[in-house]
Ligand binder design. Structure first.
Ligand SMILES: [Zn+2]
Length: 465
């Protein structure tokens, strides 16, 4: 694959089959600002950790009010990038490769530097104002990123396309421009780390590793380097500045390191084949993360009984950990035992203070018990979940099922319409919403929502809750 094509593959990753982290690892159709088809991992435990990594840095950058979300992309390659002012995208591969929280926080600090510097907007302007034929040819080489910029969908950072294409004055100026942005992002990142009393060491270590990889391995260039070119002198400059930080030797708090290790164990158990998990976390390793990885791997690849026994051991070790109950509930639910899944999921919901994704899974289990008596509870859980997190895949489908159980066909149609809308099927959405309208009292809030879907123009925003 040419470098340009590779950079493009990063910007608009092809959807892969959903993998089973948390209740849903699905293409983020409904998620606003997230490219369609980008395979997203949704998981409460990981998302909570990402928030805890990112929020201090974002606050130091003055971006606290922008409600920036970290989106985890289901891709093994090391990468992280920003495309607009509201999301930091990070590949599962980067989370897995980072040995410490500090390394991930360093990457976030750099990305936040791009965001705070308004680099994306300025790059877009620069491309938009380009008029010469050669610039257009160059832009064609950058492909989808430029298309994104033109449509206002957000340009990625300029990739290796710019570096590999034939030398020209324009190109050199663009390259210099990218290089300047990288230096600025490094510099800003260092500032945010210092402001939050965190060490810049993780950022330096990680960039060093990446830059060595580039030197010694000519066949494989990491996607991170394509969007953040990292010549040795840049890394050297960064290291010199970083070593002056008063927090250079500061370590991550042990409890944060533990959460990081748990996240990596989860990613391994969920995404890697059982043989790899067994090699990485051999039975001789009786640490909680190792047990976690093995329990997840067992549930995904071998028998449910063994997996449940491993999960029960974990629960015994840490009875206050919501994610162990969530895992057990998920395993039972997917194993076709929804009645048994309800109790652990209730526990997980309570311990996580009703994390939306966990509430949705509990509702899913309640729905699957085929018991009319709990349909009302399922509806309430789901409604509350989507009001707090509108991007939960499957939530509307579950709402439709719960209303169906209750015999409330009007609301079932409306929720099914919203589900169709969220997955991008506007025609089905319109048909269902039209039918819902005939069953709802004219002018009622539900009728208005149905009416909104009937009248929405293609390509428009999502239907409300
Ligand atoms: Zn960068």
């Amino acid at each position: 694959m040419t470098p340009a094509a590779r950079a493009l593959a990063v910007a608009t990753a092809i959807a892969v089959a959903a993998t089973g982290i948390g209740p849903a690892a699905a293409p983020a159709h409904a998620q606003s600002g997230v490219p369609r088809g980008l395979p997203i991992i949704r998981d409460t435990e990981i998302e909570q950790l990402m928030r805890d990594y990112a929020v201090p840095v974002l606050r130091a950058a003055g971006l606290a009010k922008q409600n920036v979300k970290v989106v985890v992309v289901n891709d093994r390659a090391f990468n992280a990038f920003v495309m607009d002012g509201r999301h930091i995208f990070v590949h599962a591969g980067a989370l897995f490769d980072a040995k410490t929280p500090n390394e991930v926080i360093g990457v976030f600090a750099h990305e936040t530097g791009h965001m705070a510097g308004g680099h994306l907007n300025r790059l877009r302007e620069q491309l938009a104002s380009a008029q010469t034929a050669s610039i257009i040819a160059l832009m064609a080489g950058i492909g989808a990123m430029v298309a994104g910029a033109r449509s206002g969908g957000g340009a990625g950072e300029i990739g290796m396309a710019a570096i590999m294409a034939p030398q020209s004055a324009i190109q050199r100026s663009l390259l210099a421009y990218v290089r300047t942005q990288e230096d600025q992002a490094d510099h800003a990142g260092l500032k945010f780390l210092t402001a939050t009393h965190q060490s810049p060491r993780g950022m330096v270590d990680l960039f060093k590793r990446l830059s060595n990889e580039m030197l010694f391995n000519t066949r494989y260039i990491d996607p991170y380097l394509q969007s953040h070119p990292m010549p040795a002198d840049r890394v050297a400059a960064l290291e010199m500045q970083a070593k002056a930080s008063p927090y250079w030797d500061r370590k991550d708090p042990p409890e944060l390191q533990m959460r990081h290790d748990m996240m990596r164990a989860k990613l391994s158990g969920c995404l890697e084949p059982p043989g790899t998990v067994a090699r990485r976390y051999p039975l001789s390793d009786q640490s909680v993360p190792a047990r976690y990885a093995r329990a997840i791997s067992s549930y995904r690849h071998s028998d449910l009984r063994q997996a449940i026994a491993q999960m029960d051991q974990l629960i015994q070790l840490q009875p206050g950990n919501p994610y162990f109950y969530e895992l057990k509930g998920q395993a039972l639910l997917e194993g076709g035992r929804p009645k048994e899944a309800v109790a652990p999921l209730r526990q997980a919901a309570q311990l996580s203070r009703n994390a939306p994704l966990i509430d949705v899974m509990l509702a899913q289990a309640l729905n699957a018990t085929d018991n009319k008596a709990v349909a009302e509870e399922a509806v309430a859980l789901l409604r509350s979940a989507v009001s707090r997190d509108p991007d939960v895949p499957q939530a509307y489908t579950q709402i439709a099922m719960a209303y169906g159980r209750k015999g409330d066909l009007a609301n079932a149609d409306l929720a099914a319409a919203q589900a169709a809308f969220a997955r991008g099927d506007a025609m089905t959405a319109r048909q269902l919403a039209t039918r819902a309208k005939t069953r709802l009292p004219v002018g009622s809030p539900a009728w208005v929502r149905a009416d909104d879907i009937v009248n929405v123009r293609p390509g428009n925003a999502r239907a409300g809750n």
